[in-house]
Design a protein around this ligand. Structure first.
Ligand SMILES: Cc1cc2nc3c(=O)[nH]c(=O)nc-3n(C[C@H](O)[C@H](O)[C@H](O)COP(=O)(O)OP(=O)(O)OC[C@H]3O[C@@H](n4cnc5c(N)ncnc54)[C@H](O)[C@@H]3O)c2cc1C
Ligand code: FES
Length: 271
């Protein structure tokens, strides 16, 4: 078990602009870093503070780790100013990831919105690495406009490697968008799914998680087959401070991945 208080130094080796307010940071930790897909790290900017993020790179990659970060406030604004060769800290891995052993032999539907694609990219890349273990893999991804699509250049490769991809944008005024228009749940229309032998994984803004989950239930997924990544406000990241309380659970320690069946009766689940 890793010491949860220990911060590992990591050098930034590449910064990629994904959209106008989202960047990916490729980091080289001072030693090999292992994590399970869906777990998170606390990313420390010396002298500024730390914030939690889920790696977006495959968990099979141990020498480098990629983290995709949307500019939201104080810490993330400072992170967006970082350049290659800057040194930051990572603490973790923290929390519980996706139970991939429960996904084996099943159809896997990945439902993402906006920067919620970050942990889902980690999941997808990890699944594709061992694709023969799983059934059909579908990715349903929604963003506000075509310019807000994260990893825009990578979907073709995921498709080539066997992922079925369906995308929507809320709006596009220029006519350049040839795929679906509408909120992400419109992508279920006409889709043949096998919820009886399938799991669904959801990550995105709270409103999208809520309506996405309702849609999954409507098309036949069982509450115990729906996995949510709950990105609650966090501080310690290790179950000590209570910041991330989610009913009787702490999202940092008991999650951030929860089955819907476990959290469905909690009042503030979508806040
Ligand atoms: C387990 C986990 C994994 C995450 N993974 C990613 C990721 O891969 N990529 C990414 O871009 N972001 C991710 N986030 C969200 C990220 O941690 C927050 O955006 C970040 O902490 C904001 O820090 P800040 O100091 O820049 O903003 P602040 O100045 O603290 O806050 C700015 C605004 O963002 C809100 N905010 C802060 N934290 C969160 C949060 N966790 N969820 C929703 N709103 C929040 C605040 O309430 C405030 O309105 C993750 C969060 C968690 C808990
Ligand atoms: S962040 Fe402190 S208990 Fe979860």
């Amino acid at each position: 078990m890793n010491d949860p208080y220990k911060t590992l130094k990591a050098a930034i080796i590449r910064v990629t602009d994904e959209t106008s307010n989202i960047k990916s940071f490729l980091l080289k930790p001072e030693k090999k870093f292992s994590f399970k897909t869906g777990q998170f790290v606390q990313f420390t900017v010396p002298g500024i503070g730390e914030a939690p993020f889920t790696p977006s790179s495959s968990h099979f990659e141990k020498d480098e780790i990629e983290i995709t970060i949307m500019k939201a406030g104080r810490v993330t604004s400072r992170i967006h100013e970082l350049k290659p060769k800057d040194v930051v800290g990572i603490r973790g891995p923290l929390g519980k990831g996706y139970p991939l052993e429960e996904f084996e032999g099943k159809e896997i539907l990945i439902l993402g919105g906006g920067v919620g694609m970050a942990p889902l990219r980690c999941l997808l890349l990890s699944l594709l690495e061992e694709k023969n273990k799983y059934g059909r893999i579908l990715l349903l991804y929604g963003s506000k406009t075509p310019g807000d699509i994260v990893y825009a250049g990578q979907f073709a490769d995921w498709k080539k490697r066997g992922t079925e991809i369906y995308r929507s944008v809320d709006r596009c005024d220029t006519g350049e968008w040839k795929e679906k228009k509408g909120v992400v749940t419109c992508l279920f229309e006409g889709l043949k799914l096998n919820p009886d032998n399938g799991v669904a994984v959801v990550c995105g803004p709270p409103i999208m998680m809520k309506f996405g989950t309702m849609k999954l239930l409507e098309v036949g997924y069982k509450p115990e087959s729906i996995y949510l990544s709950m990105e609650k406000n966090m501080s310690c990241g290790i179950g000590k401070c209570g910041h991330c309380a989610c009913g009787k659970y702490f999202a940092c320690k008991d999650g951030p991945v929860f089955k819907y069946s476990v959290v469905k009766d909690i009042a503030n689940i979508w806040d």
